[in-house]
Design a binder for this molecule. Structure first.
Ligand code: AMP
Ligand code: GLY
Length: 429
């Protein structure tokens, strides 16, 4: 089989995994794809692979001739799937449990950054409510539950009442389980997400991206899993990108080697561009969602072969290229998201969108009539490319207008807010 994987299992079932399947499918090596658990929306690219049990994973993968496994969500990595499959001799894209602590423990990640001289906000760990009250005297202060909380364990508190509400949620109701809290310095500036491929001591960066986490236009309303994203090689200027690489990315990759944390997978750098220079907010040991739905449509070449080789410690950036276009993805969510998820609303227009439109499914399912209906809060991500940012925004919203379901909501400023026009008008972050 040489240097390509002809049968690849994609693990996960979100919009990110649909975008991963799409990029793998477009690879010049044209691999066969399967998905676990996958979903009907991506089944034409990657049919669902029925897994009998996690315990049988290795035998079944070997029996079905799976040559390579690409893991999307952090939970599978945290549960040790990458270690298990690697142990069975199957190359895997995604780090093992030891290294995934960079994402699963914010205290561990902070210590890693301090140890390796990587700029980030100062922080201390509170183990009890009283310790937290004592440490969290600044306003605003940033409180982070020290564990996986599906993006919901972070609060930026302006008042004592907000600090008390976080204490009640985390220490009293134990909404995210038992655990401590990181009390962090508040940082200001626009945010940017840099996704990288890391293979042992080497790395390669994808085009920079920005996601829009709040529910409503103007960054108003509650935090969500992400309402859209924009990506382009030109999103950041070269000097700033070089500074991010020099101060954040290169020392992180060197730190992984120094700490003997084996790493072959995507590594996501959540960065705040402060007046004092770029500072790390967080690491994720996976691709961002919805950043994937904006970044991956820009990838050309042999993406599958690139990841397969990198999973074996051979980083060959020349196997892929990035289009010079801009790319925008807009998330369509159900009416009460993020408070509640909706299901059962028929989705119209999926067959009417332009042939080059990219519609990634996240919360959809087939109903008894074989039509797609809603099945979750974030339903679809509509992505489009354009020669410049304005064109990409226009194309994404034009495609989105063809699709509808009862109560659908989306932001109308994806790819617009936090760029030059807003900055000069004084509205920027
Ligand atoms: P995290 O999960 O650590 O990335 O935090 C989620 C979001 O909270 C980030 O994307 C930021 O918007 C915000 N945030 C996290 N840490 C800070 C900080 N130290 N200062 C200001 N905002 C922050
Ligand atoms: N878009 C942020 C994340 O994937 O964590």
């Amino acid at each position: 089989m040489g240097d390509s994987a002809n049968k690849i299992l994609v693990v996960g079932q979100g919009g990110r995994e649909h975008a991963l399947a799409d990029a793998l499918h477009r690879s010049s090596s044209a691999p066969e794809l399967l998905a676990y658990p996958g979903h009907a929306g991506m089944a034409d690219l990657a049919p669902t692979w029925p897994l009998e049990s996690a315990e049988q994973l290795e035998q079944q993968a070997l029996r079905d001739g799976i040559k390579f496994c690409v893991v999307g969500p952090e939970q599978y990595l945290a549960d040790g799937w990458a270690d298990r499959l690697r142990g069975a001799g199957i190359p895997v894209w995604g780090p093992g449990q030891k290294s995934v602590r960079l994402e699963t423990s914010k205290a561990f990640a902070k210590e890693f950054m301090f140890r390796h001289g990587i700029p980030t906000g100062l922080a201390q760990v509170a183990h009890t409510a009283d310790e937290l009250r004592d440490l969290a005297r600044a306003r605003p202060c940033v409180l982070k539950f020290d564990g996986l909380a599906a993006g919901k364990g972070v609060a930026i508190c302006e008042s004592d009442a907000e600090v008390e509400a976080f204490i009640a949620e985390v220490f009293e109701q134990q909404r995210f389980g038992a655990g401590s809290v990181l009390v962090e310095e508040y940082l200001q500036g626009p945010e940017v997400s840099i996704m990288t491929v890391v293979s042992d001591g080497a790395y390669h960066c994808f085009p920079a991206a920005r996601d829009y986490k709040r529910q409503c236009d103007g960054d108003q309303g509650p935090n969500t899993g992400g309402m859209g994203a924009v990506a382009a090689l030109d999103l950041l200027d070269e000097a700033l990108l070089a500074e991010i690489e020099r101060r954040l990315i290169a020392p992180t990759v060197a730190g992984l080697v120094a700490d003997q944390m084996a790493y072959r997978g995507f590594l996501y750098f959540g960065v705040m561009l402060t007046a004092q220079g770029p500072k790390m907010l967080e690491y994720n040991c996976r691709f961002g969602d919805p950043e994937a739905q904006a970044v991956l449509p820009l990838v050309e070449g042999d993406f599958a072969g690139f990841l397969y080789q990198a999973a074996q410690g051979i980083l060959e950036p020349e196997r892929i290229q990035f289009a010079s276009d801009w790319s925008v993805c807009v998330v369509m969510a159900t009416a009460d998201y993020p408070a509640r998820s909706g299901r059962g609303q028929p989705i119209q227009g999926l067959d009417d969108v332009a042939t080059d439109a990219l519609v990634f499914h996240a919360g959809t399912q087939l109903n008894e009539q074989g039509e797609f209906e809603t099945n979750g809060g974030r339903v679809l991500a509509v992505s489009a490319r354009g020669a410049d940012r304005g064109a990409a925004v226009e194309n994404a919203y034009a495609d989105l207008r063809d699709i509808g379901f009862d109560g659908a909501q989306w932001r109308s400023d994806i790819g617009r807010l936090h760029f030059d026009a807003e900055r000069s008008a004084g509205h920027d972050a």
